[in-house]
Design a protein around this ligand. Sequence first.
Ligand SMILES: Cc1ncc(COP(=O)(O)O)c(C=O)c1O
Length: 386
Amino acid sequence: MNAPSPERILLSPPHMSGGERELLLDAFDSNWIAPLGPHVDALEREVCERVGTEAAVALATGTAALHLALLTHGVGPGDEVLCSTLTFAATANAIRYCGAKPVFVDSDLASWNMDPDLLEAELKRMAAAGARPAAVLTVDAFGQCADYERIEPLCERFATPLIVDAAESLGATCGDRHAGTQGRCGVYSLNGNKIITASGGGVLVTSDPGLAERIRHLATQAKLPAPHYEHEEIGFNYRMSNLLAAVARGQLAVLDERVAARRANFDSYRRALSDLPGVSFMPEAPYGASTRWLTCMQIDPAAAGVDQTAVRETLARQSIESRPLWKPMHLQPVHQDCRRVGGRVSQTLFETGLCLPSGSALTDRQLDRVAKAVRDAFSLAGHRAA
Ligand SMILES: Cc1ncc(COP(=O)(O)O)c(C=O)c1O
């Protein structure tokens, strides 16, 4: 008889606190079942308070928020946008929706995010050639901010708008500022795998209330205030549902606990696995605090005798979900017509990196099970080599 399969451990599942249910029922019972309503307004206020910014706009997805952020900064056909290459497809897709082309900038080793030296070199090179990117779109990957102490002044110096894709990093900090609050505007995602979720959703934050108003207008089909429907420009149906905003509010109330839990996961994995040969963990850059949204480890196959694929497959056989890091955008077939800046840092991270289960509801027993499965992969490789 087969042994019962072990309980499945997912990479980053939703983690409700209980409070969301009451708020969702309130939205439902009030009949504000629409892409506007009191929970949308309240969520926008609460996000502003949480991250210390002037204005927030709740939108259908993080991708929609990125699209409108780029459009409202004039990004259009023929433009280039300097963009982090180590990211999820949505970042580059938003640039493509505008008809512009991403120029993919490699990562640095300190943060795994856009390398400020490469950004500076490319901004200088373009300026010398009489060119300027329409925007810089940085990504705060895996819960950690890029180096804004350097990137923000660079964008100012070269008069280029900075847009921050903080989809994965709500709750992180850079110096004394929250992720997403640098540059002209920042974007968070509330997609199902994020540190807090409403099943889907995005929030754009900015210190410019006029920009927020403009984005709200475009996201509501660009309807002009008239009793009939009057439109002077093309709009989008990009606002967040009041039902989902209610869930998001319940989640935002427990963000600090979620950050603490994800950081504790990271510490637990590091304690359990650091002694393995060839294993290292994503660094935390000295200028900020990461949420450790996903615990990312690197496995150097030469030292470990095993690679990330073998570890991932061993985990999968034990009903444990893990994932490679993002495949850099400059290696994606769809973006082969785009320029790239830099070397092989993000490519090496992709080839050697693995994201371990990182949900904020993981129990000690589950964390031990994952760590033991990783060790199993190393011992299996040892047996093969022997
Ligand atoms: C870096 C990054 N940017 C953008 C997005 C898009 O967000 P959404 O799924 O809310 O559209 C995601 C995640 O989904 C992401 O990880």
